[in-house]
Ligand binder design. Sequence first.
Ligand code: URA
Length: 211
Amino acid sequence: MTQPHLTVIDHPLVQHKLTIMRQKDVSTAGFRRLLREISLLLAYEVTRELELTTTRIETPLCEMDAPTLEGKKLALISILRAGNGLLDGILEMIPGARVGFVGLYRDPETLLPVEYYCKVPKELDARLTIVVDPMLATGNSSVAAIDMLKARGATNLRFLCLLAAPEGVERMRQAHPDVPIFTASLDERLDDHGYIVPGLGDAGDRMFGTK
Ligand code: URA
């Protein structure tokens, strides 16, 4: 089945938890706990179409051909640093996943993302690769991260975020139309500083208690 380019995960539990997270007075601990809970639910949706095969097993009563995930263990790639907040919950659901990290900073003159770290699992060409970053804002870092992963062999990618701005979705659609995006909400717009509106503020600061 072909995935639509954008899937908004409108599960009532996801939406309820997201509403609490958006509120400015939620504590760091509360924000982190909600992000972990939401990421379990998002992991469920982003893996819904995974291919299954069968394996012969023996229950206490009989033998059967039972469903099991097909192919190599999938790869989860966190865009540092906020991606780690989504990564932790997803890893609880998919503990066998291979994990990679991509670090990018914004060049103060060109304003373009520059790679400072990239460590990813081997054989990306044979794995479903799920890139995680809570906020798809301008799309610059997501596009750059996916460029890096494709250069390292990834061909089957998905992008998972908590909130997306229309500008970021469009940028991704132009640069990587083959990468389906999963999000809990498509918000209204970006402000002049590149923040998602209404959004939830700086996801990294809120989850790590920095300012
Ligand atoms: N990154 C964030 O953490 N928040 C935004 O609103 C946009 C980018």
